[in-house]
Design a protein around this ligand. Structure first.
Ligand code: PLP
Length: 444
């Protein structure tokens, strides 16, 4: 019996013993196609030789040095790489160990910015329903994923909640996409005015929603509208790209496709591709300038910030993506994936929606396609799908729907950027069989 507190306290997952390319092998010798990168992490696949070599070089030379005493060339190079490739004046980077830490850092940086410029009364954030920003208490507070938050209320930060941008679920039948987008922006402006803009720090949102509703992209113009409202009311726009960022959607940052530049961006998962735990915050010139002109100190820090070995892994991952032009591969293979999902799964009676961008795709399952009624969460359809896929040697990332029927069970697909056409075919064919089998057991 394992002595680890696993995710489920009733079962122990298979033991992973090795991994290569797009595959993980367990202790029984069974191979799994990792079509979700764990949780959209393994963007280069496993055991990439260039990343391993960079990590080996780094640990031979300097595995760790505390930032209270030193910086290191590798971390400086990673910051230079990330700020060179970021649009606008996102000219600064802060390195942490993962996504939740990145979000906590972003929230504190935004808060301190307003303290430094003499507006300390701005203490609240605006964030959306159906969102996930991490599992630490500050990140849970901005997150709008109710089942994750329920047990931990009261949470630490006061948040004004607005609707998610989820066209499949919430756009009315008689409403154009443009009108739906405008309705959401009107709601956001109303919420800002009711809360009092002078009390608000900023708006925090995932560009493409990942872990709550499954690769749900914004409608055209939505994020531009968000940017305009943030500017109008003196608020910061924080883009949480922990899951959808670093090339996963076909551009390095997903927001590039929406033609906006946030003030603060959080990244993690694909930054280090799973080779080391690492996350980062990118911050614009005005934020850092305010801290420089003010106290001269960001009142934050963790023992492992700017970890040289983690930075070496991330730098190598990002250099390989750039050198091998992998964003093009994401676009090409992503187009194949989405087309197949539409054509092969879209016609199934219980597939309500297929969506996403690049190699970040979601499939939402419903009991009734016309009314979009989800399956009863008590069926735990997502868990059955996961188990069935694992039995067939396929890793995808299914998640449950909500009790109140806001959204249904869904499956997140996020293969590595090196995925091949035949691997995509396997993913879609296997999913088809599994969905038919598992929904067949439930349909009334
Ligand atoms: N933000 C988003 C958008 C995420 O998807 C996640 C994790 O899934 C997090 C933050 C938290 O990241 P981590 O699990 O590395 O703490």
């Amino acid at each position: 019996m394992s002595q680890i507190i696993h995710r489920s306290l009733h079962s122990t997952p298979p033991v992973a013993v090795s991994a290569q390319g797009a595959y993980i092998t367990d202790a029984a010798g069974k191979r799994y196609l990792d079509a979700c990168g764990g949780a959209a992490v393994s963007c280069l696949g496993h055991a990439h030789p260039d990343v391993l070599a960079a990590m080996h070089r780094q640990i031979d030379q300097l595995a760790y040095a505390h930032t209270g005493f030193f910086t290191s060339d590798t971390v400086e190079q990673l910051a230079a790489q990330l700020t060179r490739t970021a649009p606008g004046d996102l000219n600064y980077a802060y390195f942490v160990s993962g996504g939740s830490e990145a979000v906590e850092t972003a929230l504190k940086l935004a808060r301190q910015y307003f303290v430094e410029i003499g507006q300390p009364q701005r203490t609240r954030f605006v964030a959306r329903a159906q969102s996930y920003h991490g599992n630490t208490l500050g990140a849970l507070a901005v997150g709008g994923n109710e089942w994750r938050r329920r047990q931990f209320a009261p949470l630490l930060i006061d948040v004004v909640r607005v609707s998610a941008c989820n066209a499949y679920r919430d756009r009315r039948a008689d409403e154009s996409e443009q009108a739906y987008t405008q309705r959401l922006l009107n709601e956001l402006e109303q919420a800002i005015l009711e809360a009092g803009p002078e009390t608000l720090i900023g708006f925090c949102a995932e560009t493409v929603v990942g872990a709550t509703t499954g690769a749900t992209p914004p409608t055209p113009g939505y994020l531009q509208g968000v940017r305009r409202l943030c500017d109008k009311y003196g608020m910061l726009y924080i883009a949480d790209e922990v899951m959808c960022g670093m090339g996963r959607t076909g551009t390095l940052h997903a927001f590039e496709q929406d033609d906006v530049v946030p003030d603060i961006v959080t990244i993690a998962k694909g930054l280090g591709g799973g080779y080391q735990p690492i996350g980062a915050v990118l911050a614009s010139e005005k934020i850092v300038a305010a801290l420089q002109a003010g106290s001269g100190l960001f009142q934050h820090g963790h023992t492992y910030i700017c970890h040289p070995t983690a930075a070496a892994a991330a730098l190598a991952v990002q250099q390989v993506i750039e050198r091998d032009n992998l964003l093009e591969a994401v676009k090409t293979q992503g187009a194949r994936l989405h087309q197949q999902l539409r054509e092969v799964l879209g016609e199934l009676p219980h597939v309500g929606d297929t969506r996403g961008r690049g190699l970040f795709a979601g499939v939402e399952l419903v009991e009734d396609k016309a009314s979009k009624r989800p399956f009863d969460p008590a069926f735990k359809l997502h868990a059955q799908i996961k188990a069935n896929c694992m039995a067939r040697g396929l890793m995808v990332y299914p998640m449950g729907g909500t009790l109140d029927g806001q959204y249904g069970d869904h499956i997140l697909i996020a293969p590595p950027f090196i995925v091949t056409a035949s691997q995509i075919d396997f993913v879609v064919d296997t999913l088809r069989q599994v969905i038919v089998e598992e929904t067949g057991k439930l349909a009334r």
